[in-house]
Ligand binder design. Structure first.
Ligand code: ADP
Ligand code: MG
Length: 312
């Protein structure tokens, strides 16, 4: 996929959870501060790579749900509208942080960027609609989680609300995204996994769900042709026996090993599972290197020096 005539394309998927660190309340100041670490690296990388940034929205979309449930004065909005809101909110935060970082490097007028509202098509018959698995919003203790009016699951972080997370079928704006990267724009897209829609004839209708941003990113990578895929999260990579005394972070692994660990239940649904699956899909579809890494190691991950690495 790479050619000597153009820069390689790098897709960085930023974790929504990495914008609000464990133990933080998630104030806007904390989120802006947390964003500086990945965005500073991406600004530097933009000199050598074409860049696509996707981002999660788990904590943010869950907070919007909670906020609207605390208020009876205005009508409730469905999840797909809240996902669209988080694309605006986080897209704006990434853009303004990127602008400051490019300015510090003195290249803000050379490096253009844009955030794009993106829809992602899902299957209305996806079994995920009857089995919510994606954690969103804040972490509760077990005692706090009892009696809540919505489904809750135990996750490695604690108890969290879960929503339906159908699989991405196609990115509606793939042609626009491809054109923009060919024109050397940094493109921020597929925020929160994309606004989930189903096809109704020639039109689209939104559905109540949140698509996993790592699976949406892998689909986007396949559809627009990406060379390098970095999934930046709040852990150093994918670990075996996560959260136990035998925990061991994985370095370079083969697709086959990744598939085996996944099928043995080492990586749970809704968090590390989709990251490993996205990396497997990317490399199997001809991508050069996929890395799951911490937000402060993005540059090292690009050159294969950090994180859990899958390569062709
Ligand atoms: P993001 O917002 O970056 O997508 P997620 O919560 O979806 O974050 O996924 C990252 C989380 O996955 C980590 O915070 C960690 O708690 C959890 N996790 C579960 N299993 C593993 C594992 N085997 N190795 C590493 N992290 C894991
Ligand atoms: Mg996630």
């Amino acid at each position: 996929m790479s050619s000597p005539f153009r820069k390689s394309t790098l897709l960085v998927a930023l974790g929504g959870n990495a914008m609000i660190k464990k133990g933080q309340a998630g104030t806007i100041d904390e989120q802006f501060e947390n964003l500086r670490t990945p965005i500073r690296q991406i600004a530097r990388l933009s000199q050598d790579y074409r860049i696509i940034i996707t981002h999660g929205n788990g904590p943010q979309v869950g907070n919007l749900l909670l906020q609207q449930e605390c208020c009876d004065a205005a009508p409730d909005l469905p999840l797909e509208i809240l996902v669209a809101q988080t694309q605006g909110q986080i897209g704006y935060m990434i853009e303004s942080t990127l602008d400051s970082q490019l300015m510090e490097m003195g290249i803000e007028d050379k490096q253009l960027f844009v955030s794009l509202l993106s829809y992602v098509v899902v299957d209305p018959n996806d079994p995920a609609f009857s089995d919510p698995s994606k954690p969103v919003g804040p972490v509760f203790t077990e005692a706090e989680s009892v009696g809540l009016s919505y489904p809750v699951r135990k996750t490695p972080r604690g108890f969290r609300r879960v929503v339906a997370s159908p699989r991405p079928i196609t990115i509606v704006e793939k042609r626009e995204i491809q054109k923009l990267i060919e024109m050397n724009f940094i493109v921020i897209c597929c925020g929160g996994g994309g606004i989930p829609v189903i096809r109704e004839g020639r039109t689209f209708a939104g559905v109540d769900a949140v698509i996993d941003k790592d699976l949406a990113s892998a689909k986007l990578a396949e559809e627009v042709g990406v060379d390098l895929f970095v999934i930046a999260t709040d852990e150093a990579g994918a670990a075996l026996h996560y959260g136990t005394p035998e925990q061991r972070f994985l370095g370079k692994i083969s697709v086959r090993e990744a598939e085996q660990f996944l099928s043995r239940g080492q990586f749970p649904a809704g968090s590390m599972g989709p990251k490993v699956e996205a990396a497997i899909r990317f490399v199997s579809a001809g991508g050069h290197r996929a890395v799951i890494t911490a937000v402060d190691r993005i540059e090292a991950a690009v050159t294969g020096q950090a994180g859990t690495i899958l390569e062709t």
